[in-house]
Ligand binder design. Structure first.
Ligand SMILES: *[C@@H]1O[C@H](CO)[C@@H](O)[C@H](O)[C@H]1NC(C)=O
Ligand SMILES: *[C@@H]1O[C@H](CO)[C@@H](O)[C@H](O)[C@H]1NC(C)=O
Ligand SMILES: *[C@@H]1O[C@H](CO)[C@@H](O)[C@H](O)[C@H]1NC(C)=O
Length: 249
């Protein structure tokens, strides 16, 4: 199944069309990363030492609960970070994902004072200023299935939005700020089942989680209208729908 990625950040607006082949299985490669590119640190500098400590803290702290946040060092070389595993991912898979994420983030964004990397199973973000508890409106990308739905797209899109919106209500009632569910849609002899999930980073308040997810849902027409699958993936929340089950439940 082909899919495309489009990414936006405050620093750059880029359009990436890739025709990677992705199966319904989990991809172990990063989905995407964004390097802040605003400032660099040098080898053995205080920032590098703080960052390494932060990443190692997050790696040990995150897997048991699926979420970790922290900071390390003193201003102006304090590093802040968070890591989040998808709500259905096991402790073992969460750990494995973050080990790769922390290695890859420093490889892909060498000496960068801020970066974010996303996988199917987890994401990891760090920055040299305190972003915790605020909605990340800068780092975002979209993925979508290249195939169009065979069902009436207006009805399909509306059902998808309704599902995700309902899931956002459910997610903010849970400790993990994660929810999944499905809905069936049948029109004019065509039938589809839509599977959805929404998840927020747990540093957000419930109100901000809802806001973040609602914003993501409102972006679906930009990437994913009438498509068989779509994701809006950000630094604070993400949403996904497909016409096949994609979680490890
Ligand atoms: C980690 O990365 C390696 C090399 O890319 C890959 O073989 C492995 O499957 C990855 N593991 C996870 C859990 O992503
Ligand atoms: C930081 O380093 C990268 C790669 O080494 C370079 O492309 C970039 O221009 C540097 N940024 C600054 C602000 O020096
Ligand atoms: C999906 O629909 C769009 C717009 O109608 C069309 O341009 C595109 O070729 C279709 N894609 C596929 C894979 O059929």
């Amino acid at each position: 199944m082909g899919f495309s990625i489009r990414a936006f950040s405050l620093h750059l607006s880029i359009l990436i069309i890739s025709s990677l082949l992705i199966q319904t299985t989990i991809s172990v490669d990063p989905l995407f990363n964004i390097c802040s590119t605003s400032q660099n640190y040098t080898a053995k500098s205080p920032y590098e030492i703080n960052l390494n400590k932060l990443l190692s803290d997050l790696n040990s702290k995150t897997p048991p609960t699926g979420f970790g946040l922290g900071s390390s060092g003193r201003f102006p070389n304090r590093a802040y970070g968070l890591s989040l595993c998808r709500g259905d991912v096991s402790t073992k898979d969460c750990r494995a994902c973050l080990v790769n994420a922390s290695t890859q983030i420093t490889k892909r964004c060498p000496n960068d004072r801020g970066a974010i990397i996303w996988y199917d199973n987890c994401y990891l973000k760090y920055l040299d200023n305190d972003f915790l508890g605020k909605i990340d409106t800068q780092n975002r990308f979209y993925m979508w299935n290249l195939n169009n739905v065979s069902i009436n797209p207006e009805i399909f899109n509306q059902k998808t939005r309704d599902l995700l919106s309902k899931l956002s209500e459910n997610a903010i009632e849970t400790m993990k700020m994660f929810a999944n569910g499905e809905v069936e849609v049948g029109v004019g002899g065509e039938y589809a089942k839509i599977y959805g999930m929404v998840q927020c980073s747990r540093d957000l308040s419930r109100v901000d989680c809802k806001k973040c997810v609602d914003d993501a849902i409102s972006e679906l027409p930009r990437c994913c209208g009438g498509k068989q699958g779509g994701r809006v993936v950000g630094g604070s929340c993400n949403i996904r729908y497909e016409t096949y089950p994609f979680l490890n439940l």
